[in-house]
Structure formats: C-alpha cells, structure tokens
Design a protein around this ligand. Sequence first.
Ligand SMILES: [Zn+2]
Length: 385
Amino acid sequence: MHGASGTAEQPAAPSASPFLIDIPVLPAEPPGTLYVVARTTPPPQITISASTYDEDDAAEELAVWLRANGVERPFLVVSGHGQGLRRHISGATGIAVPGRHATRGWARLCSGAARGADAVVAIGGGRCLDVAKLVTVGAGIPFIAVPTQLSHDGICSPVSVLPEAVGGLTDSFEAVAPCLAFFSRPTLVKAPIASLRAGIGDLLSNPLALYDWKLASVAGVEQINHAAWHLSAESFLLIEPLLVEPLGPERVDPALVGLLAQALVTSGFAMMAVGTSRPVSGAEHKISHAIDFLFGGRAHHGAQVAFASLVSLALHGLDVEGFRQCLVNLGLPHHPRQLGLSHHDMVAALLRAPSTRPGRFTILESAALDEAKATVLVEALWGQS
Ligand SMILES: [Zn+2]
C-alpha cells in the first residue's frame, strides 16, 4: 500500500449503525424487449478448499482436485506465494516463476514451453494470473487459476493487465478466463490484509457502477442486461455485512476469505455475462485509472477504487459520510493524503478521468466537471487544502 500511511485526519470512531448503499432500482423494460446476451465465456467452475488453516492439506487437496479434473501434465506458472501450494502436484511439464516485473514478452516466451501440457495452472497473485492468461493464449490449452490473494474482481475475468516491457505502462486486453478456479483458504487467510481490504474495496463500487449504468440507460446510450445487473448487486450484498465493524487481522478467518472469494467470483461473472466491465466499473474506476496514469499506482486497485467512490457518491447525491465511515472501518484510504495526493492532484485526476475510458457514460460525463466545479467538489469532500 505505497503511500497509504495514516497521515490524514484522525478517523472517527467505528460506526455503530449498519452501513448500506441502496442498490438502485432496475429500470423497467418496455414490453417485448429483446436482448442479445453477449456471454463471451462460460463461467468457471469454482472450488473453495475444505482445508481451513493447514496449507499442506490444501496443497494435497489441490493435487487431487487437478487429477479429478483430468489434469495429468500441467504447465505451472507459480509465484513465490504459490510455492507451498504446488508441492504435491505431479507430472508438470514445466514451471515458470514470473517475477514482479513479468511482461507480455515474457509470457509469449513461456507459451512455447507450455505447448504439450494439458493445462496452464497458475498459482499466485494478480500479476502471476495475468501472465498465465497470456501464456494460455499462446499455448492454446485450458487455464486454471489458483489465486493466493483476493485483491480484485478480475481473478475469473478474461482480462489481463500487463506492461509490454519492464517499466512500461500497463494495459488491459482480452486474454483467456479460467475454466476452473481453486481457492485455498489456508493460503488466503495468511495473505497480506491490505489485499483483502482491496478486494472488498473493489466490490464497494458495484452499486455505484449500477447507478452509472442506469444513468447511461436513461440517457439512451446503453441497454441494461438484467442478469449482469443482479450478479453485480449480489456480489456487493455478499460482502455488505463485513462493512460495519473495523476489519483487523483478528477478523480474517476461513469463513471471511471464503465469502470474499465467492463475492469476487460473482462480480467476475457479472462482467462475463456482458463481455465488458460495465456492471462493476463506473466513474470511480475512471478516477482510479486517472490516478494511475497521472501519478502512478498509489495503492491496490481496489483501495483506489473504494477511495474514488466518494466522488461518485457525492455526484450522485448519495450518503458520503456513511461510506467514508465504511472506508475507515475497512482500513481503506478515505483522504487524498493517504495516497500521497494533494487537492490539486485530485482536481487533475477528476479532469483526466473521463478520457480514461471514452464511450462509457457515467456520472462524470453527466456532471461535465471543469476546473472550478472539480475544485468545489474536492473541497466539499475533503475541506480546504
Ligand atoms: Zn475493479
């Protein structure tokens, strides 16, 4: 969580009352409406380990599960955090260990080595899974995901986010979604708590993405897909009970990581139902992308998205203070200073945000902020600089 130190104002005491963002009301369809559902990929089959605290038990479970799914000769892409989980897997045709700086070029090199395997099995964090999605494209075999962190809802999506070269800007592009995913609860329980907080943060934006989608629908520029809408709402409702109390290490247990895994996968299904991130990504994601572009990533994606949701709430006229308290409870950034950003930086990010995803109509396009309006908004949210 680079730059996410506690330099902002002293947070208020934890909220005693339940925090809620109301899911917006789904607009009625005209009778006889026909939908063409762009389900580009079938949703993966998900397994959550029966093991709760012993990672070696989960590693044995994983090896048995792979064989039960017909995987005899996997090509493994394994990060440092995944080494414990791979120890009982046999018959591997090769093992690639992506460093933190793995690129698209590196993934293409691995693709050749993976040919001849019966599946690519990735065991690791976000970068590891993103690399493996590309290795799979080149090798033309199924992809199986074994995430060791729950920091965002792209785990089961077909989108890969990687730079072309070391030190280059990252870009999102279509790759391969997993056909199977295995969640080891012992591994996920011991993952850094910042990653869990970010995973919850990514889901906090789902209701706001739905408000934006509804806005686009009312403006006549997009049609709402009801299945995707309900999946996005459901994934938020799954984690909503976690928001009302402080999230410290003592609350992280196998039940919590199992619930979060289910919620993140459900959010991924919402994207897969329409073939885009529209059901789970609105203005708050644009603001986070603008921060990445202008200043470099300042925290996990999900943490930045949760923080930027304050802007969306204010523009939609929703309950900012209740949400701010929720960020405090979760240990997520709620003031620009926690991301090393000034008020001026935030104004720049708000002005840049619409162009990060042209064509996606959100509350930002509706508000049409100029510098003066953006400054007023930033000061209304965080006071005078
Ligand atoms: Zn996201």
